[in-house]
Unconditional design. Structure first.
Lengths: 197, 150
């Protein structure tokens, strides 16, 4: 007859034997721009901080063990995972002529570049947020900010982005990028923000 | 006519909130953005074939085949991508787009994973973790890689 208590002990030993194998690894990548960053690896009561490019830890039953990885090793071990990275989300701003839903001359020149950037994404989620400066009432600025957003949305759709991927809304004068007193004309606030994911 | 005042009111409140919140309500916890080979999503006991553009829900488990890889974008702009023979689960995700506060926990049960942390980790360094069967990886504004052997 099997002694249940002994069974538990055997099972525990087996688990211990499995866990003594190396489970895996973690590698810190360099940050674009070289800003400091870190990842901590914690196993039970043991913690290792990785804070240099390609600093790495083997995850073992004895806790995280430090080692130094490299760009070459990372490509060999993680190539497909790195290749599957989505494009990072991006944000663009286009500016408008005062009181109108008409792009400024400078923004007109930028539009094609912005749309090309958005079109690089296979199925972009696009949020278009229209804003005005603080000249005029909400009753005036709310529809104007919406019109500005709609102009951008229409332009995106004209360039082949599906209608259900683009949300356009207007925020009126509520969210100025440059804070001003009410009634102040400020070119930087007459804008549409395009958030792409 | 059936009328649901509570739903209607919450709709109005949502409409008056920030634009970002609107987008984020519509977008679930994340979305499949990159796909190669065979990739499945296990959701509530069902197995679905992953597709580009597919919204992801909390507790989804992504499984890549021997030729598969998948890249996902989370609502806080975290980017996760898994190589072949990987099992990745999205265990916890809470995100307030207005403050960037929240919590994101994922778990690599097997395979390889590349991580670029997003707004949650930026707002609070302890709020994003990636787990392996035996380790907890804490994220401090970071790009990093994780491997879990078979």
């Amino acid at each position: 007859m099997i002694n249940p208590r002994r069974g538990v002990v055997v099972l525990a030993l087996l688990l211990g034997a499995c866990a003594s194998r190396q489970e895996g690894a973690v590698v810190l990548l360099p940050q674009p721009g070289g800003q400091p960053s870190a990842v901590t690896a914690t196993q039970g009561s043991q913690q290792l901080v990785l804070d240099q490019p390609y600093a790495a830890a083997q995850l073992t039953s004895g806790g995280p063990q430090p080692y130094q990885s490299s760009a070459q090793e990372v490509q060999v071990q993680f190539g497909p995972a790195l290749a599957a990275r989505p494009m990072p989300p991006a944000q663009f701003t286009l500016y408008f002529v005062e009181g109108k839903d008409e792009f400024t001359e400078e923004s007109k020149r930028l539009i094609d570049g912005v749309f090309a950037e958005i079109a690089k994404r296979p199925l972009p989620d696009v949020m278009v947020i229209g804003h005005t400066d603080k000249v005029g009432s909400d009753a005036l600025n709310d529809p104007l900010s919406r019109q500005r957003a709609e102009i951008v949305r229409a332009a995106l759709m004209a360039r082949g982005i599906a209608v259900d991927r683009v949300v356009a809304i207007g925020r009126g004068k509520r969210e100025p990028i440059v804070p001003t007193a009410d009634g102040v004309a400020e070119a930087r606030n007459r804008r549409v923000e395009i958030l792409v994911r | 006519m059936r009328f649901q005042p509570r739903r209607m009111r919450s709709g109005l409140i949502a409409f008056s909130l920030s634009a970002l919140i609107l987008l984020d309500c519509a977008a679930d916890v994340g979305q499949v953005k990159v796909l190669k080979g065979q990739v499945a999503v296990e959701r509530a006991g069902r197995t679905l074939a992953a597709q580009v553009g597919m919204p992801l829900a909390l507790a989804d488990v992504l499984k890549t085949g021997a030729d598969g890889s998948v890249g996902i974008t989370m609502r806080d702009n975290s980017l996760l991508s898994a190589g072949p023979n990987s099992v990745l689960s999205l265990d916890q995700f809470e995100f307030d787009p207005a403050t960037s506060e929240g919590r994101f926990e994922s778990r690599l049960q097997r395979g390889t994973l590349a991580v670029v942390s997003g707004r949650i980790a930026k707002a609070s360094p302890s709020a994003m973790t990636v787990r392996t069967p035996s380790a907890v990886l804490g994220v401090r504004g970071t790009e990093f890689l994780v491997r879990v052997n078979d």
